[in-house]
Design a protein around this ligand. Structure first.
Ligand code: GLY
Length: 357
């Protein structure tokens, strides 16, 4: 089993190991002695696959469960209220712990419930998707969506620990697995030429053979950034590479286009538009990123109009009045945060969302 420390205050561990799902109770106890009840939040897909195994490892606790319908639609204020009402009804108290068993939707809403219920109780992330293992389960960003946009109501709340069993990825569809591949490409572009090379020379099918190494590398990159900028005031914004346009694409598609696919396209539109507008001086960077995105069959343009995407960008939480910060790759493994006007953002979307011309 690997153990990666996330050096925030207090520090916590990300445990990575095959079959550690069966050690959930043991790892929870090691992270926090004296827990009596555990409240598991999961969804209807994941519960059918892994809930019983997790519960079997929790025999020392009284357990409760809340099963959400799968999908982004569950990440709402309405679901959040139902969860915390049910926790109160079951007399979950401050010494108890929530377990978020599932992907990003479950992790984000369960983390937010942990942040607000009784003004904060502990929670453990047990990610079961590639994307949640390398991104949303680490770093303490929790949220639900509002009608106006994604993740607009939330809190920073670090988990007690993260428990990731790579074998859970065996049950993912290709499409859901690819959501994680897109985030891994993001980390490679941000910080790791060696990960970029690994992803360039590995076939999709053989990624599973090296999945623990890939997840560990991405978690280390994220952990380093989060330890220096837990509250997203500076360097952590780098992790939003592709996300401003990506979140807009998700919203325009009514969340039919999933997060990883949307941020892959968002990355492509951003780098294409920025190259055409000469915002980046590295003329090869677009070719390098496009070639990796296309290798994994990600779309580099989307069907929405400039206005549709731009209007969705306006409700992005990263916007500041008339400006917005974008993340621009300068070379593979290096990116910069650049403040641009909303007008330039619109130009990037217009220029970036078609291949030629
Ligand atoms: N997913 C971006 C962040 O955690 O900051």
């Amino acid at each position: 089993m690997k153990k990666i420390e996330i050096a925030v205050e207090p520090a916590y561990n990300v445990f990575i190991g095959e079959n550690i799902l069966d050690k959930t109770g043991e790892l929870l106890t090691a992270s926090k002695p004296g827990v009596s009840s555990v409240y598991i939040i999961t969804d209807d897909n994941v519960s059918a696959l892994y809930l019983q195994r997790v519960k079997d490892s929790l025999t020392m606790f009284k357990t409760f469960q809340y099963i959400l319908p799968h999908g982004e639609g569950s990440k709402s204020g309405v679901s959040l209220l139902k969860i915390v009402e049910s926790m109160a009804k079951n007399q979950i108290c401050r010494d108890d712990v929530i377990i978020a068993l599932g992907g990003g939707v479950v992790g984000d809403i369960a983390g937010f419930a942990a942040a607000v219920y009784l003004r904060g109780i502990d929670y453990v992330q047990v990610p079961t998707t590639f994307l949640s293992a390398i991104d949303s389960s680490v770093g303490g960003k929790t949220a639900v969506n509002l009608t106006a946009g994604k993740n607009l109501m939330g809190a920073f709340k670090q988990p007690l620990c993260v428990i990731f069993d790579p074998l859970t990825l065996n049950t993912l569809s290709d499409k859901v697995f690819a959501d994680g591949t897109a985030e891994a490409i993001k980390y490679a572009v941000l910080k790791s030429p060696s990960l970029f090379e690994t992803l360039s020379k590995t076939s999709r099918d053989s990624l599973m053979n090296i999945i623990s190494d890939i997840v560990s590398e991405c978690v280390c990159i994220k952990g380093d950034i989060v330890s220096r900028d837990e509250f997203d005031r500076g360097e952590r914004q780098l992790l939003n590479l592709g996300h401003t346009i990506g979140h807009a694409i998700e919203k325009c598609s009514n969340y039919e286009i999933s997060h990883g696919h949307a941020i892959a396209t968002g990355m492509a539109i951003m780098i294409n538009g920025a190259s055409k507008l000469a915002l980046t001086s590295n003329i090869d960077i677009k070719r390098q990123i496009f070639s990796l995105l296309e290798k994994y069959f990600f779309k580099t343009t989307c069907e929405f109009s400039t206005d549709e995407i731009y209007n969705a960008v306006l409700s992005d939480k990263k916007r500041h009045s008339q400006n917005i910060n974008i993340i621009l790759p300068t070379q593979i493994g290096q990116c910069e945060i650049r403040k641009i006007t909303l007008e330039t953002m619109k130009d990037i979307i217009r220029e970036g969302n078609f291949k030629n011309g």
